[in-house]
Design a protein around this ligand. Structure first.
Ligand SMILES: Cc1cc2nc3c(=O)[nH]c(=O)nc-3n(C[C@H](O)[C@H](O)[C@H](O)COP(=O)(O)OP(=O)(O)OC[C@H]3O[C@@H](n4cnc5c(N)ncnc54)[C@H](O)[C@@H]3O)c2cc1C
Length: 524
C-alpha cells in the first residue's frame, strides 16, 4: 500500500472484486444475489447500515430480505438465499476485552470460535465451551446455544451469557441500539430479549453487535486426545450394535460433571461404508487425576464386544480430516488440542439434520442406521465417503444449567448430526439428499420421521432438534416431518411462545426472517 490508495467503500455491490466472496455462505449451496453487502466495523456503522437498509424500497420485489452474517456458517439459506436484498456483514467486528462496567468479557459478534479461544484464553485464562470448528462465528453460534468439547464439563456457551447489544427496528422503522442484560429487573422486556438470545437462534430479533460473558470457565491446562477407527471391511452388524450400545450406555452412566468420565467428550463418526472406516475421537481433562484412567476405560468399553480391531484413522470423518496420530493418545495443552481439532473442512455443499437423544439407541434405531450405512441395505452401491451420522456425547453440565435459557434440551445424553457433503459440480446431489433424508427418516420412523419432543408421560428417548443445525425439511409436514410437531416445537419445545412474545415486542415488522425464523403469531 502506498498510502495513496483510497479506502474502499464498505458497501460491496455486483462488479466489486469482493462481491462473489461476500454474497455466499460457507455452505456452497447458498449463493445470493443481494443488491449489496455492507461490511460494518462498529456498532454505530451496524446501526446506520441497518437504518439505511430498512428505509429503502427493494429494487426487485423477489428480493426483500435483510440478513445478518457473522461467520457465514449457516447450514440453510437463511443468510444468502436468493430472496435476500441486503447482507449486513459483522465479521470485521471481533474485538475482545474485559469490560469493567459490566464485570464481564465483551466479545463482538463477528468474532469466530478460534478468534475467541486464541484471544480470550491468553489474556484471561478463560474460555467459552463452544464448538470445535474454528471459523464458526459467534453471531449465530452463541444465539443458537453453541456447544463443544468442554460442554459436558462446563455447560453451554449461553450459560455464561450476561448481556447482548442488539440493533432493533421499531414499528416506525427507526433503528435503536439496545443492551439486554439477564438481570435487568427494571426493564423486563429487555430481560426477555436477553433470554431469547440464549438459544432462540440467530437472525430472529435484531442485529447483534456485542455479547458479554460473565465468569466464563477456566479450561483444563492439559487434556488427552484419543482417536481410533474401525475398518468397514472388518465390521459386522454385531460389532456395530455393540459399539452403539456401548457408546449410549457410557454416556447414560457418566453424567456427573465432577468426575473425569463425566467430563470426557466423545465423538463417534459413523461414516457410510464407502468411506472405508468409522471413527471415534475423545478428549478428557487430565488435570483431573482420574482423566487418563477415564480415557483408558472409555476406549476399552468402546472396543468391548467388537470382533473388528481398532486401528488408526485413515479417512476424513465428516468435515474433519483423519487424526491418525491419535491412535496412541496424545497429551497436550488445552489450546493446542483445540487447534488440533479445529478443522472446518473444505467449503463444500452440505446438508445436515440433528437429533437430541435422552436415552441410548433402541435396537430398531441401530438396525435402521446399519441398513443405511452398510452394504446390507438400500445404499449398498451408493458412493459418497462424506456421508455420515455423527454422534456427540452430551449432558453433564449442560443438563444442570445455572439459570433458565432458551436452549430447552437439558436432559439429553447424546446429540446426533447427520451430514453429507459434495462439490458444486457433482451431478449426484439428489442422491445425497435422498440418502440423508431417508437415513434420518428411518432412524426416527416410530415418531413420524423426526426425533419428536417427548412429554413426561410418554418419556420418549428423543427430544427434538438443534436450531444451530437447521433443517428446512422439518417444515415439510407431508413427507419428512409427520410427527405432528412443527419445526418450532422440535427446536424450541415449550420456549416457543416466549420467543414469539419477544418477536412481537422487538421485531414487530418481521425484518429479521427466514423460512424457520420465529413467527410472531402461530407456530409454523
Ligand atoms: C464446519 C462446522 C462445524 C460446526 N461445529 C459446531 C459445533 O461444534 N458446535 C455447535 O454448537 N455448532 C457447530 N456448528 C453450527 C454453528 O454453530 C452454526 O452454523 C452457527 O449458527 C453458525 O454461526 P455463524 O455466525 O458462523 O453463521 P451465519 O451464517 O453468519 O449465521 C447463522 C444465523 O445466525 C444469524 N446471525 C449471524 N450473525 C448475526 C448477528 N450478528 N446478529 C443477528 N443474527 C446473526 C444469521 O442471520 C443466520 O440466521 C458448526 C457448523 C459448521 C459449518
Amino acid at each position: 500500500m502506498t498510502g495513496k490508495t483510497p479506502q474502499p467503500s464498505m458497501v460491496v455491490q455486483p462488479g466489486d472484486v469482493r462481491y462473489p466472496s461476500l454474497s455466499r455462505g460457507f455452505n456452497q449451496r447458498w449463493i445470493g444475489e443481494p443488491e449489496y453487502v455492507v461490511v460494518v466495523r462498529s456498532s454505530t456503522e451496524a446501526k446506520e447500515a441497518l437504518q439505511k437498509a430498512v428505509r429503502e424500497e427493494p429494487k426487485n420485489p423477489k428480493r426483500t430480505r435483510i440478513t445478518v452474517r457473522s461467520g457465514g456458517h449457516c447450514y440453510e439459506n437463511f443468510v444468502c438465499g436468493d430472496d435476500v436484498r441486503v447482507i449486513l456483514d459483522v465479521s470485521q467486528m471481533c474485538n475482545i476485552e474485559y469490560d469493567p462496567k459490566m464485570d464481564a468479557y465483551c466479545v463482538e459478534a463477528g468474532a469466530s470460535n478460534w478468534h475467541t479461544y486464541s484471544h480470550l484464553f491468553p489474556v484471561s485464562g478463560r474460555a467459552l465451551p463452544g464448538g470445535s470448528c474454528y471459523s464458526v462465528g459467534l453471531g449465530g453460534h452463541i444465539t443458537g446455544g453453541g456447544y463443544g468439547l468442554l460442554s459436558r464439563q462446563f455447560g453451554l456457551t449461553v450459560d455464561y451469557l450476561y448481556a447482548v447489544e442488539v440493533a432493533v427496528v421499531k414499528k416506525d422503522k427507526t433503528v435503536e441500539l439496545v443492551v439486554a442484560r439477564r438481570d435487568d429487573r427494571e426493564n423486563p422486556d429487555l430481560q426477555k430479549l436477553w433470554w431469547a438470545h440464549t438459544g432462540g437462534g440467530g437472525g430472529n430479533f435484531g442485529l447483534i453487535t456485542k455479547f458479554w460473558f460473565k465468569d466464563p470457565p477456566t479450561p483444563p491446562s492439559r487434556v488427552r486426545l484419543a482417536g481410533i477407527a474401525w475398518n468397514w471391511k472388518d465390521l459386522t452388524k454385531n460389532d456395530f450394535t455393540a459399539l452403539l450400545n456401548s457408546f449410549g450406555a457410557y454416556f447414560r452412566d457418566n453424567q456427573d460433571k465432577n468426575t473425569a468420565s463425566g467430563k470426557l467428550f466423545g465423538i463417534l463418526a459413523l461414516n457410510h461404508h464407502s468411506n472405508g472406516q468409522i471413527g471415534l475421537t475423545a478428549q478428557v481433562d487430565i488435570d483431573d487425576p482420574g482423566g487418563i484412567a477415564a480415557m483408558d476405560d472409555f476406549i476399552a468399553k468402546m472396543n468391548h464386544g467388537m470382533s473388528a480391531e481398532a486401528t488408526e484413522m485413515r479417512t476424513f470423518m465428516g468435515e474433519r480430516p483423519s487424526l491418525g496420530t491419535l491412535k496412541i493418545p496424545r497429551d497436550m495443552p488445552w489450546l493446542t488440542a483445540t487447534q488440533v481439532l479445529d478443522s472446518s473442512g473444505e467449503d463444500q455443499c452440505g446438508k445436515y439434520k440433528s437429533a437430541y437423544m435422552r436415552k441410548p439407541f433402541s435396537t430398531k434405531q441401530i438396525d435402521a442406521m446399519w441398513a443405511h450405512l452398510s452394504k446390507d441395505g438400500p445404499y449398498r452401491d451408493y458412493n459418497n465417503p462424506q456421508s455420515l451420522i455423527q454422534i456427540d456425547s452430551y449432558g453433564g453440565a449442560v443438563n444442570a444449567p445455572p439459570r433458565d435459557t432458551a436452549a430447552r434440551q437439558r436432559d439429553s445424553i447424546m446429540k446426533m448430526q447427520y451430514q453429507v457433503y459434495w462439490t458444486a459440480t457433482d451431478q449426484h446431489e439428489p442422491k445425497y439428499l435422498d440418502w440423508i433424508r431417508k437415513t434420518y427418516q428411518a432412524t426416527f420412523a416410530d415418531s413420524g420421521g423426526v426425533p419428536k419432543v417427548g412429554t413426561k408421560q410418554d418419556d420418549l428417548a428423543t427430544d427434538g432438534c438443534y436450531i444451530n443445525y437447521p433443517d428446512v425439511d422439518l417444515n415439510d409436514t407431508t413427507t419428512w416431518n409427520r410427527s405432528g410437531q412443527p419445526a418450532s416445537t422440535l427446536y424450541y419445545k415449550d420456549g416457543y411462545t416466549r420467543l414469539q412474545e419477544v418477536k412481537r415486542r422487538w421485531d414487530p415488522l418481521d425484518i429479521f426472517r427466514n423460512s424457520q425464523s420465529v413467527k410472531e403469531q402461530k407456530a409454523q
